[in-house]
Design a protein around this ligand. Structure first.
Ligand SMILES: Nc1ncnc2c1ncn2[C@@H]1O[C@H](COP(=O)(O)OP(=O)(O)OP(=O)(O)O)[C@@H](O)[C@H]1O
Length: 289
């Protein structure tokens, strides 16, 4: 069971007399949620993410309820003396996997990001894009309760960016929380549960009405059988029982593959009747997430 991470009156400054970069930050990150952090350049987004990830301790305030956490930094330290597969295997063992399990997971994630050809390449010789794939894989292979992504999509090719979108959907479906910063305001649009803005050294929650980002493309999935399982409902924007045993789900397109897989492998497997493009939902009373 994943726990809720809480920041209470958290502040962070660099050095005992440094200026406060962020201060009086109160934030709760619930299991299974997707949180976007935004703000102008240099406002303290990475500083907040490092505190969330547990890499930096707050200079004041308290952090509690941290689940097992993984982090993709804005800049990956690529000069480590490992091959790509060696590094991922090593980190897998750090996260508690046996060596053969870690080697298998390393290989599987490199394949998912189409980087298996580079498994034996030293990190220092990887291209920027391949290096970023390793940075992302090291965080995902831990199956963390909290995944913190600082501009993790930057430098990835289109297929790898889509794969990361899917991996994020899988994490939240499995009950993990994901917190991310990305320069593209449409990133994971429609799937985001909360948007927080870092401004003037503190954190302000944006209400949906103020949200200028596109909700992003959605698909409608019509499915027959018992009510969709909770992991599917967590990924849906709306779910309506249109007739006894028939459910119409509106799902962010980024999450559609994961939703379909979850429906088809559910117990009992659900019968998917139709999948079609949909208009993103507005906040409709009586629907649930
Ligand atoms: N290790 C550090 N030591 C001293 N000052 C730092 C350190 N890291 C960040 N800062 C300062 O804290 C402030 C916020 O930086 P931070 O990287 O958190 O902002 P950001 O919003 O992520 O920026 P960007 O959008 O450019 O990535 C900046 O003034 C930066 O110079």
């Amino acid at each position: 069971m994943h726990r809720e991470l809480r920041l209470r009156d958290v502040g962070r400054r660099y050095g005992p007399r440094g200026r406060w970069v962020i201060r009086h930050v109160d934030l709760a990150v619930a299991p299974g949620t997707l949180t976007r952090v935004e703000g102008a350049n240099g406002t303290g987004k990475s500083t907040l993410l490092r505190v969330l990830a547990g890499l930096d301790a707050p200079s004041e305030g308290r952090v509690s309820g941290r689940p097992r956490t993984a982090y993709v930094p804005e800049r990956f330290p690529a000069a480590l003396p490992f091959t790509a597969a060696g590094y991922l295997t090593h980190l897998g063992t750090v996260h508690g996997l046996s060596r053969p399990e870690a080697a298998r997971a390393a290989r599987a994630w490199l394949e998912r990001f189409d980087a298996d050809a580079h498994a034996g390449t030293p990190l220092a010789r990887l291209s920027k894009g391949s290096s970023q794939k390793v940075a992302v894989a090291q965080a995902l292979l831990a199956e963390p309760g909290l995944l913190v992504l600082d501009e993790a999509w930057t430098g990835l090719d289109t297929a790898a960016r889509d794969e990361l979108d899917r991996a994020v959907a899988e994490r939240t479906a499995a009950g993990g929380a994901v917190v991310f910063v990305d320069h593209d305001p449409r990133r994971l649009g429609g799937a985001v549960d909360a948007v927080w803005t870092v401004a003037d050294g503190t954190l302000v929650r944006r209400t949906p009405a103020e949200d200028p980002s596109e909700p992003g493309p959605c698909v409608t999935v019509v499915v027959q059988g018992p009510p969709p399982p909770p992991d599917v409902l967590r990924m849906t924007a709306t779910a309506t029982e249109t007739a006894p045993g028939t459910h119409r789900l509106t799902v962010p397109a980024t999450h559609s593959d994961t939703v379909l897989r979850a429906l088809l492998t559910a117990d009992p497997p659900r019968h998917v009747v139709r999948v079609a493009p949909a208009t993103p939902p507005t906040d409709t009373p009586g629907t649930h997430r």
